[in-house]
Every structure is written in structure tokens, then in C-alpha cells.
Design a protein around this ligand. Structure first.
Ligand SMILES: CC(C)(COP(=O)(O)OP(=O)(O)OC[C@H]1O[C@@H](n2cnc3c(N)ncnc32)[C@H](O)[C@@H]1O)[C@@H](O)C(=O)NCCC(=O)NCCS
Ligand SMILES: Nc1ncnc2c1ncn2[C@@H]1O[C@H](COP(=O)(O)OP(=O)(O)OP(=O)(O)O)[C@@H](O)[C@H]1O
Length: 197
């Protein structure tokens, strides 16, 4: 079974993915793949420089992620340009990793895809698990984790679809509002319901 794990920025996908590792389910992580495909020498990085200029690189030739983030989270047209360059490469590598796990005999593969709904990738997966929380808590955790001010954090949140829309498209929802123990209990319940543990 292919499970799509999604949510919104800082809703707790990586936290839930870590809990899933305990069950030894293989995980394909879109954020990790997104870093791989922009390493120096990769064609996507060359295209990013062509679109955003040399000043998007750090002195060592690697991508200045902070600078690119500041640009694309404040400007939908720049975000669309970046997505157009990078998403095809991310998708290709994610499917390659998924197929590698399946060919090696995995029965369950978790695909952690933050933009599953925004990029209309529902057909990639058989079940969709959404990690949700209140916007208040999301803002608090995002500001804390990324050391952002409120305006920067709100720009990132509003560059994605509202969690209410994602919950409607989910097969199951985890509310990651309070303790990690409560989150893990919900996860265990869902895995049992789906016959996976
Ligand atoms: C803009 C970049 C360089 C900022 O890097 P940074 O290290 O600050 O953030 P990181 O990559 O850890 O992403 C954090 C979160 O931001 C959100 N996010 C990232 N890119 C986007 C996007 N294009 N649109 C909306 N939300 C996004 C996701 O929730 C993601 O989990 C980076 O996010 C990026 O390359 N984005 C484009 C690729 C992409 O769409 N990734 C999302 C998963 S497919
Ligand atoms: N139940 C919880 N209680 C307290 N802190 C939490 C809880 N769940 C997650 N966090 C913290 O909130 C932050 C966001 O969680 P996490 O990194 O798992 O989100 P994410 O959805 O993977 O984010 P992104 O989309 O940015 O990759 C992290 O700093 C994490 O440690």
C-alpha cells in the first residue's frame, strides 16, 4: 500500500514520519528529494540560476535557500517559476525511490509530500493521511522552528491550501495539537484501522 503523508508547513509531517520509522515502513521524503535535485551540478540548479540570477547562490556555489525562500513565499509568480523548474525533477526522483522500495519487496511505502494537494498528486498514493492542527499552533511552531517573525511565517502558511481543504480530501486525519503521545495514539489507531499493524 502506498500512503501519502501530508499536511501544511510545520503541521508535524516529519514528526509523524519519525514515528512511522519505528514500524520500519520505508519513507520517501519530498523535502529531502527537493534538496537532492538542487545540489551543485544538477540541471535544476542551472535552471534556477538562469531564472533568478547568480545572486541566488552562496559563495561556495550552493543554493541560498533562505534567499530563495524569502523570494518565493512573498511572490506567487516567482513561486510558480520555481515550481515549474523543480517539481518535475522531484516527482521523477520520488517515483524512482518508490519503485525501488516496491521492487525490493516493500508492502507499504510512505510518501511524505507537503504539496500533495497543491500539486494534485493524489493519484500517486492509495491512502491519504493528513497531519493537521489549529492555525494558531501552526504559526507558533513555525515561528519557533524557523526563527521567523509573524509576517514571514504567515506568508509561508498562506502559500499553501488551507488545512480544512486538505482534511476534506483525507482518508484519515491526525490532530497534532497537543502532546506527542496523543499524536502517536492517533497514528496507532489509524494503522490498526488500515490493517497495517
Ligand atoms: C524555497 C526553498 C529553497 C526554501 O528552503 P527551506 O530550506 O527554507 O525550506 P524547506 O525546503 O525545508 O521547506 C519547508 C516547507 O516549506 C513548504 N514549501 C516549500 N516549497 C514550497 C512551495 N514551492 N510552495 C509552497 N510551500 C512550499 C513545504 O511545506 C516544506 O515542507 C525550498 O523550500 C524549495 O526548494 N522549494 C521548492 C520545492 C518544493 O516545492 N518543495 C516542497 C515539497 S515538494
Ligand atoms: N505534538 C507536538 N508538540 C510539540 N512540538 C511539536 C509537536 N509536533 C511537532 N512539533 C514541533 O513543531 C515543529 C514542526 O513539526 P515538523 O517539523 O514535524 O513539521 P512538518 O510538517 O514536517 O514541517 P515542514 O512542512 O516545514 O517540513 C518542529 O519543530 C517539531 O519539533
Amino acid at each position: 500500500m502506498i500512503i501519502g503523508l501530508t499536511g501544511s508547513i510545520a503541521s508535524g509531517k516529519s514528526t509523524v514520519a519519525k514515528m512511522l520509522e519505528k514500524y520500519r515502513f520505508p519513507i520517501v521524503d519530498a523535502d529531502q528529494v527537493a534538496r537532492l535535485v538542487v545540489e551543485p551540478g544538477e540541471p535544476a540548479l542551472t535552471e534556477i540560476v538562469a531564472a533568478f540570477g547568480e545572486e541566488i547562490l552562496l559563495e561556495d556555489g550552493s543554493l541560498n535557500r533562505k534567499k530563495l525562500g524569502d523570494l518565493i513565499f512573498h511572490d506567487p509568480s516567482k513561486r510558480a517559476i520555481l515550481n515549474g523548474i523543480i517539481h518535475p525533477a522531484i516527482r521523477k526522483e520520488m517515483l524512482r525511490q518508490r519503485d525501488e522500495w516496491l521492487n525490493n519487496g516493500a508492502e507499504v511505502v510512505i510518501m511524505d509530500i507537503p504539496l500533495l494537494f497543491e500539486s494534485k498528486l493524489q493519484h500517486f498514493v492509495e491512502k491519504i493521511l493528513v497531519v493537521s492542527l489549529s492555525e494558531e499552533k501552526q504559526l507558533e511552531r513555525l515561528m519557533e522552528r524557523n526563527q521567523l517573525n509573524e509576517e514571514e511565517a504567515r506568508a509561508r502558511i498562506s502559500s499553501q491550501l488551507p488545512l480544512s481543504v486538505k482534511e476534506e480530501g483525507a482518508d484519515a486525519v491526525i490532530y497534532n495539537e497537543s502532546t506527542l503521545e496523543k499524536t502517536e495514539q492517533q497514528l496507532n489507531y489509524i494503522l490498526k484501522e488500515w490493517g497495517l499493524v
